[in-house]
Design a protein. Structure first.
Length: 226
């Protein structure tokens, strides 16, 4: 560590910051889209309609049983071909764009199970109360059950988002320039792996540690509300 050169970090901080921005963008898009899609999947699994149950179950079990890096590669290679079959023309998505869709679809399987647990944690008397007020099934879920489920599961949802933030680094497999990918490209050019990988580790630790502390505070607040 006596040869640790901070100037390498300072000279390349703009490129690193751009990679970190991309990592944050993929995380936010995948979190929002994954929670929305995951909520729909959770409602499908809890539905009394068998085909919906089967579809949601197969979806969740499939994506939870396949390595994430394999899903990233598959979507990167196959999605443009599917779009070509649908539109009749080749639409090059590129590594950076395909990652958004891949993580949203993949994380939806995990968010779905979290939301399903949250929905089931709401007392059934709440559902009965919604029906007693004249609400339909959809209105009961929207105005009574889902708000309570989101509150109950918010710490767990954020914990999964922290995992998602770390997993975005796997886009290096398709050549996308996330935070880790930016550091890796600088390492290959300047041959300074210690400085780059140490910087990545420290930044990831600070962000994830800060978010984990936030999750603990939210868990305390949710416990007090209960």
């Amino acid at each position: 560590m006596s040869d640790f050169d901070f100037s390498v970090i300072l000279e390349n901080w703009r490129f690193l910051a751009e990679g970190l921005r991309y990592t944050a963008q993929v995380t936010i898009v995948a979190m929002v889209g994954g929670i929305l899609l995951g909520t729909v999947l959770a409602l499908m699994r809890l539905s009394s309609i068998r085909p919906l149950q089967w579809f949601a179950t197969i979806y969740v079990d499939f994506f939870r049983s396949v390595p994430l890096v394999q899903v990233i590669l598959a979507f990167y290679l196959i999605l443009p071909l599917l779009l070509q079959m649908i539109t009749g023309q080749m639409i090059p998505l590129g590594a950076d764009k395909s990652a958004y869709f891949t993580f949203m679809v993949f994380e939806a399987a995990y968010y779905s199970e979290i939301m399903r647990s949250g929905i089931q944690s709401v007392p059934r008397g709440q559902v009965a109360a919604g029906y007693a007020m004249g609400f339909t099934y959809g209105q009961t879920m929207r105005f009574v059950v889902l708000p309570q489920a989101f509150r109950n599961m918010l710490p767990v949802l954020l914990t999964q988002t922290i995992v998602l933030f770390q997993d975005v680094s796997l886009v290096y497999a398709i050549g996308a320039t996330d935070f880790f990918g930016a550091a890796d490209k600088i390492t290959q050019r300047d041959l300074r792996p210690v400085e780059m990988y140490t910087t990545v580790a420290v930044v990831y630790f600070l962000i994830c540690f800060g978010l984990s502390r936030l999750v603990k505070r939210l868990q305390t607040r949710v416990a007090i509300i209960r």
